[in-house]
Structure formats: structure tokens, C-alpha cells
Design a protein around this ligand. Structure first.
Ligand SMILES: Nc1ncnc2c1ncn2[C@@H]1O[C@H](COP(=O)(O)OP(=O)(O)O)[C@@H](O)[C@H]1O
Ligand SMILES: [Mg+2]
Length: 415
């Protein structure tokens, strides 16, 4: 096992595309690091530079205590798992698993032992004599993982390994991957465009955009404390609601966020957690509210702030209800949110929607809510969790820092 360190890494493709731009990233020994971001943000390029499959244009990549920039892939002691698992169709599962070991001259006993170990770990024991054609997609993907495991590499590098599987299988493979990582403790770098996959698998998650690092942190802290509008909108589903609001001084001296005819009081503790926020009094900010920080007022804590809305659509999910409503304000037009909308229309998650140029918001409420489509509803907001962004820069106001190394102790506990 080994740590992997990227130091000022650049990739400029022929033709001038800067796919990765000055990337600093420290992946700790034994960590499960996920690189996530929209399609084309440079995730695969970064991973392929670690693997040695792509030349590094600038900066250094180290694995363990070696700079590997000029080392061939086979000498880097890493194992790569791709979306398109290339198994040998004419070989049995067992032969597929032991192939790499055989190439490296391992003895028959050693091969047998390692293959059985890996097969057991992956639940493939009863399939050892089958050929790939007689396996399901998930089983094939597990064989591909098995081939990586038997090599006992210093690190696993995985590029969207689950994206060819159906949704249900993806969930179960996610669980297997987590388990595997827990058992083997091998440093893993995992690339995905799926923020849910990133959040469920990562010890820490690195969010990339246009080749540049946005934020590296634990999943919970990315969710609670996004560094900018882009991360705020990208992480979390349904996505964070945004609006341009005016911060005003309330009668009691506290801050109030005014928008679309509403006035949400900003609790003093939130102001204290966001140094510099009080300096925005009398100015515009972009306000962010997570769907999960709403509740039907009839079920909410008494100190949450009420908003009277009209439900346009309700999505009953069994365990909760998504209430979609318009607010009397236009959607936020900022480059960060525009990029997200563009990415969403590429066929992924819900797009940031638009009706009559009014913003559509989503509130996630209790399944026992009596809300009906078309009916008025009082929702309540947990104002201690309001997010504020600078309209010019898109940066979260008073954020504690991008925190690549910000909270080492916290991250280490989960390793
Ligand atoms: N071989 C290549 N030649 C030129 N441009 C490339 C090549 N591979 C990728 N790119 C470009 O580099 C950027 C990052 O690509 P990639 O790393 O594949 O992104 P991701 O994996 O995040 O979808 C994109 O703009 C892509 O078009
Ligand atoms: Mg890719």
C-alpha cells in the first residue's frame, strides 16, 4: 500500500485542451478517494496520469516515496479497473483470475491460493469453471475486480467501473466495493460522474470542474459546507435551491434574508459560523437551501421559519415527499449554476428547471404530510443550515477553507 501525491499536475492534450490544471491532491495510504465532476472535467485524465497511461505535461505524481512520472505503467505497481472489463472470453473465470500471476511467474500453488482467496472475497467460488459468456454483468465486473485483487498492488485505480451495470446491481456492487476496501485497506482512486456513488464510496471526495480542483473533503463536509456554488449544486440530490436574496438588518439587529416576498431570519449562530457574513448586510447574496432542510410546517420543529408556498408537483417516494413549488423570483443566473444545468441536460440528474422565468424549488417533507399538488402548503426551513454565496465570485461566504488538508484528524478517523 502507498500514498499517492499529485503535485501541481497539468495535462495539456495535443490541440491545446488543458484537461487537468495545476492539480494538487494527496491520497493517503489506505484511503478510498473518489474523483467526481461533470463529464469532461478531467477525471479520467487525472487517473490515467497516475496509472501511467497518459503522459504528464507538468508537475509530479508520486506513489509511495517514488516520483513515477517516467515510470512505465507496469512498474508502478498499481491495478486498473475500467468500465469496460476486458475478460478473456475463451478462458474460465479461474484462468482469467490467475492470468496476471502466471505472467509474473508465480508458482502453481501460489496462483491457486490467491485465486481462491479473491474468489471467496468476491463470491465467485461457484463460477470458477465458467466462461465469461455464462456470467451476468455484475459477475463479470467482479471477475475484473478479482484480477486486480490477486495482483496485490499498492493501489487500485478505477474508472467508472459500475457505469455499465443496471441501477440495482450498481447499488449492490457499491456495497461490495466498500466491503472490499474495508477488508483489504488498499489505497483506491475511484472516478465517477455520479455524485451519489461518490458520496457513498469515498473516504474523501475530490470535486473537479474544468480540470481544476474545487474541494476535497469527507462526503458529509462537502454536503454541509460546500466551498462554492458549483460544489453546492453538484453534491446532493435533489439539488440545493438557489435564489438571489438581500441581506437586511432585522428589527432585533439580526440578519434577515429577503427574497420573493419572504424574509428568513438568519440565526445568530449561523452568522457566527460564517465570518464576514454580517459585512453583506444591505447587499445581495445568493442564498442556498437544501431540500432536506425543509419540512412540512405541521411536522417541523417550532423554531424553523415558515414559508407559505403552493405545491406545483409532489413526488411521493414512500419514505418522504418531494414538494416542487415556484417562488416569485427568477432562477439564479451564475456561471456556476449554468454549468450545472448544462451538465444535467446531458441526460443525467434533474435539470435546474424554469417556469415563466420563475425559479422552481424542491422541499423534501415528511411522508405523512397532507400536501397535495396544486394546494397551498406551509413549509418550514431549518435556518441554521442556510447557505450564502457571494454573487460575484460564487464562493461560499465565510467558508473555513478548501481544506485539502483541512481536517486531517476527522478524515483519518474514517480510514
Ligand atoms: N486524447 C485526447 N485528446 C484530446 N483531448 C482529450 C483527450 N482525452 C480527453 N480529452 C479532453 O480532455 C478533457 C477531459 O477529458 P476526460 O479526462 O476524459 O474527462 P472525464 O473523465 O472527467 O469525463 C475533455 O475536454 C476531453 O475532451
Ligand atoms: Mg472519464
Amino acid at each position: 500500500m502507498a500514498a499517492i501525491v499529485l503535485d501541481g499536475v497539468d495535462k495539456v492534450y495535443a490541440g491545446g485542451v488543458k484537461a487537468v490544471d495545476d492539480l494538487d491532491l494527496e491520497i493517503r495510504d489506505g484511503e478510498f478517494m473518489v474523483l467526481v465532476g461533470p463529464s469532461g472535467c478531467g477525471k479520467s485524465t487525472a487517473l490515467r496520469m497516475i496509472a501511467g497511461l497518459e503522459e504528464i505535461s507538468g508537475g509530479t505524481v508520486s506513489i509511495g516515496d517514488r516520483v513515477v512520472n517516467d515510470l512505465a505503467p507496469k512498474d508502478r505497481d498499481i491495478a486498473m479497473v475500467f468500465q469496460n472489463y476486458a475478460l478473456y472470453p475463451h478462458m474460465t473465470v479461474e484462468k482469467n483470475l490467475e492470468f496476471g500471476l502466471k505472467l509474473r511467474g508465480a508458482s502453481k500453488e501460489e496462483r491457486r491460493k490467491k485465486v481462491l482467496q479473491a474468489a471467496k472475497m468476491l463470491g465467485l467460488e461457484q463460477f470458477l469453471d465458467r466462461k465469461p459468456a455464462a456470467l451476468s454483468g455484475g459477475q463479470r465486473q467482479r471477475v475484473a475486480m478479482g484480477r486486480a485483487i490477486v495482483r496485490e498492488p499498492q493501489a487500485f485505480l478505477m474508472d467508472e467501473p459500475l457505469s455499465n451495470l443496471d441501477a440495482k446491481l450498481r447499488v449492490s456492487m457499491r456495497a461490495s466495493l466498500s466491503q472490499l476496501h474495508e477488508r483489504l485497506g488498499v489505497t483506491t482512486v475511484y472516478v465517477t460522474h455520479d455524485q451519489i456513488e461518490a458520496m457513498t464510496l469515498g473516504t474523501r471526495v475530490c470535486v473537479l470542474r474544468e480540470g481544476r480542483l474545487q474541494q476535497v473533503d469527507t462526503p458529509q463536509r462537502l454536503f454541509d459546507d460546500p466551498v462554492n456554488l458549483f460544489v453546492a449544486g453538484f453534491i446532493g440530490s435533489p439539488a440545493m435551491n438557489f435564489v438571489t436574496a438581500r441581506l437586511e438588518q432585522g428589527e432585533d439587529g439580526g440578519l434577515v434574508a429577503a427574497f420573493a416576498g419572504f424574509a428568513l431570519p438568519v440565526p445568530a449562530e449561523r452568522v457566527a459560523e460564517r465570518p464576514g457574513l454580517d459585512g453583506y448586510a444591505g447587499r445581495e447574496v445568493i442564498l442556498g437551501v437544501r431540500p432536506s432542510d425543509f419540512e412540512d410546517a405541521a411536522h417541523a420543529k417550532p423554531d424553523w421559519a415558515p414559508l407559505a408556498v403552493t405545491a406545483s408537483v409532489t413526488e411521493e417516494l414512500g419514505s418522504e415527499i418531494n414538494v416542487i413549488f415556484t417562488i416569485d423570483a427568477p432562477p439564479v443566473e451564475h456561471k456556476d449554476t449554468a454549468d450545472l444545468a448544462e451538465d444535467a441536460t446531458e441526460g443525467d440528474d434533474a435539470a435546474i428547471p424554469l417556469i415563466d422565468d420563475r425559479a422552481l424549488w424542491t422541499a423534501r417533507v415528511n411522508a405523512r404530510s397532507a400536501v397535495r399538488p396544486g394546494a397551498d402548503l406551509e413549509v418550514a426551513v431549518d435556518t441554521r443550515r442556510l447557505h450564502f454565496f457571494d454573487p460575484a465570485t460564487g464562493l461560499a461566504i465565510g467558508h473555513g477553507g478548501a481544506a485539502q488538508d483541512g481536517d486531517v484528524s476527522l478524515a483519518k478517523e474514517t480510514v
